[in-house]
Write a protein that binds this ligand. Structure first.
Ligand code: ASP
Ligand code: MG
Length: 401
């Protein structure tokens, strides 16, 4: 088998952990497998490097930031190769230039375009463990780029795809993907398997286990991913794949997202093209809009509400104010004291009544819903922030997860 194993920063934070990871990879190697290891930078290295850059120049060019940040991964892969060699196992570390991981030019947020396999295959053929820097690429100017924070997952999946790996194991400090955040819901359970689509929804809902793009890429190239604990080595993790055998679980998880602000534009003219104007202005400023609600028109006016990530609150408010003025609306208001609770599951496709169960659980707990949005495999509601934890627990119970 060819196995790609990715370890995050906390798994390689110090000497003991580096040797720990080395030993786990060597087990697979000794079992006769080809092993490719992808690493993040040690511990908080990436944050520390960003802080360091800020002390020199808070407006540093992204090109130089990428040059700086990619050093973190180069430290961890070389140390890992040394650790394996100290354990008498042949290993070689490679960076994005040596593998040739071609990316788009966008510094700080590059995407892979093409990844060469010759060098890695050659090293595997000579029975070495190959250790590759996560998070980095090379653009057409022969500059080094980064893939955005948490991008090492995407490096691992990209390599698994081009090398046709049998599996891509992502090691983290949790045991897998859970039915809810175990810190919020005491009875949350680890899932054996989720689909790519479910994982994408869960990731964007703040489950934050995997880099979103890694899941998109795994789906596109049918890479089987497994999220596993780097601490509990014998605990099976969560498999991410196309379809889960029996869709016996109606929903897979309940997610809570506190990073939400609701913005409402009140009494705008009820005319065609109005919604287009504000949402295209938001899109032009690269502001992601999540839940949208438009009231039924009355006396020639309607209200338009939408939610954005709180980081975009000020920018979105400015756009909403400008829009309100030009179209002659009444006023704009916002509320950042809200939370979004969502349920996700491919099982809801074929099962009516899922929404009813969710709303009943909220109603019985006196939790008011101010906005609702649905997709094929997700239902989200907006509620008051203080009620977030209560809501997640009530819904988790209602579906007997
Ligand atoms: N070291 C990078 C970061 O901290 C990449 C990664 O961890 O995946 O964002
Ligand atoms: Mg990291």
């Amino acid at each position: 088998m060819l196995i790609v194993k990715k370890f995050g920063g906390s798994s390689v934070a110090n000497k003991e952990r580096i040797f720990n990871v080395a030993k786990r990879c060597i087990e697979d190697y000794r079992a006769g497998h080809d092993v490719v290891v992808v690493l993040s930078a040690m511990g908080d290295t990436t944050d520390d490097l960003i802080a360091l850059a800020n002390t020199i120049n808070p407006n540093a060019k992204k090109r130089e930031l990428d040059m700086l940040l990619t050093t973190g991964e180069q430290v961890s892969v070389s140390l890992m190769a040394m650790a394996m060699q100290a354990l008498d196992v042949p290993a070689v570390s490679l960076n994005a230039f040596q593998v040739m991981m071609h990316s788009t030019s966008r510094y700080g947020n590059a995407r892979f375009k093409r990844v060469d396999t010759e060098r890695i295959m050659h090293e595997l053929d000579s029975r070495k463990i190959v250790i590759v820097t996560g998070f980095q690429g090379v653009n057409k100017y022969d500059d080094i780029t980064t893939l955005g924070r948490g991008g090492s997952d995407t490096t691992a999946v990209a390599l698994a795809a081009v090398l046709h790996a049998d599996k891509c194991e992502i090691y983290t400090d949790v045991d897998g993907v859970f039915t809810a955040d175990p810190r919020v819901v005491k009875t949350a359970k680890k899932l054996d398997a989720v689909t790519y689509d479910e994982m994408l929804e869960l990731a964007s809902l703040g489950a934050k286990v995997l880099h979103n793009r890694s899941v998109e890429m795994a789906k596109k190239y049918s890479v089987k991913m497994e999220v596993r604990s780097s601490i509990h080595s014998d605990v099976p993790g969560t498999i991410v794949k196309e379809v889960c055998k029996v869709e016996k679980m109606l929903i897979k998880g309940v997610a809570l997202d506190n990073d939400v602000t609701r913005i409402s534009v009140i009494e705008v003219p009820d005319q065609p093209g109005i919604a287009f104007r504000i949402f295209s202005a938001l899109a032009a400023s690269k502001i992601n809009v999540d839940i949208i609600l438009q009231s039924v028109g009355r006396e020639g006016t309607k209200d338009i509400s939408f939610t954005v990530s709180t980081a975009h609150k000020d920018a979105a408010m400015q756009i909403a104010e400008a829009f309100c003025q030009t179209v002659g609306g009444k006023e704009v208001n916002f509320n950042d004291n809200v939370a979004k609770v969502s349920i996700v599951g491919a099982g809801m496709l074929s099962n009516p009544g899922v929404a009813a169960t969710m709303f009943e659980a909220l109603g019985e707990n006196n939790i008011n819903i101010s906005m609702i949005s649905t997709s094929e495999i997700k239902i989200s509601v907006l509620i008051e922030k203080e009620q977030g934890k209560k809501a997640v627990n009530a819904i988790h119970d209602a579906f007997a997860l």
